[in-house]
Design a protein around this ligand. Structure first.
Ligand code: 13P
Length: 254
């Protein structure tokens, strides 16, 4: 059975004090629930990782990860943070290919392909983001667009490696805008993503890959996405910045 996963992408929000408070509250609220089935991954800014990881229960379904990592493991890359550094502070996941980095920082497919490899090599599970612009959706080309992103970013991996990957579908036009695709559109895209993985790696591999939805997903609308058969959870931005709304989203998945 596929894992159910909710990821909190805090983006560039919360200073250390605020971040620790938010993480402590989320941990406390989730800790009070017995028989949790969803994995919860917090992606705070780099500088919070070590302190937040120390707040987590030693074992269980709560994890920390990073919002990015550098393509190289070490070297003269001023200001950058590498996958082995992230592992050394207890991160076990890393977001790769978020549209904000593709758009504003010029991250292109060839770079993302290498980042995925670097992350896996150093023990980080990639959460690989894909998703189309409004223009691409209006033209009706969203599925072929996303299929190309997946092929470019992931198809160099072995079957064993891709089994470590989580895919997040985030239509760019839904991120931070309050508008979302309707659930049937989300399901259609997630089905297309799973079929794309199946065409390269076979049915069994594709059935085991978690595919998350992201883009204005919140406590009010999460359930209508999570009931779709190919939606295995969410990648949450704004609604992850407040404990009650974030935990409500986790509840909707369980
Ligand atoms: P919002 O939930 O704020 O739309 O952000 C989604 C996102 O980009 C998560 O990575």
């Amino acid at each position: 059975m596929r894992s159910k996963i909710v990821v909190a992408n805090w983006k560039m929000n919360k200073d250390l004090h605020e971040g620790l408070q938010l993480a402590a509250r989320v941990i406390q609220m989730l800790g009070n629930r017995a028989n949790r089935s969803a994995q919860v991954i917090l992606l705070p800014p780099f500088i919070h990782l070590d302190a937040i990881r120390k707040l987590l229960p030693k074992s269980g379904s709560l994890h920390v990860g990073a919002q990015d990592c550098h393509v190289h493991a070490y070297g003269a890359f001023t200001g950058e943070v590498s996958a082995p550094m992230l592992r050394s502070v207890g991160a076990t996941f890393v977001l790769i290919g978020h549209s904000e980095r593709r758009q504003h920082l010029g991250e292109h497919s060839a770079l993302l392909t290498q980042k995925v490899t670097t992350a896996l090599l150093h023990g980080l599970r990639p959460i690989f983001c894909c998703g189309e612009s409004q223009q691409v959706r209006t033209a009706g080309h969203q599925e072929s667009f996303v299929q190309k992103q997946l092929a470019a970013g992931l198809f160099h991996l072995s079957a064993g490696q891709i089994a470590q990957v989580i895919i997040a579908y985030e239509p760019i036009w839904a991120i931070g805008t309050g508008s979302t695709p309707i659930p049937t559109q989300v399901q259609a895209m997630h089905y297309a993503i799973r079929s794309t993985i199946a065409s390269r790696y076979g049915e069994e591999v594709s059935q085991n890959i978690p595919i998350l939805y992201g883009g204005s997903c919140n406590a009010e609308n999460a359930l209508c996405f999570f009931v779709c058969p190919d939606v295995d959870g969410g990648l949450i931005g704004k609604a992850s910045l407040e404990a009650v709304s974030f935990v409500s989203i986790v509840d909707a998945l369980e």
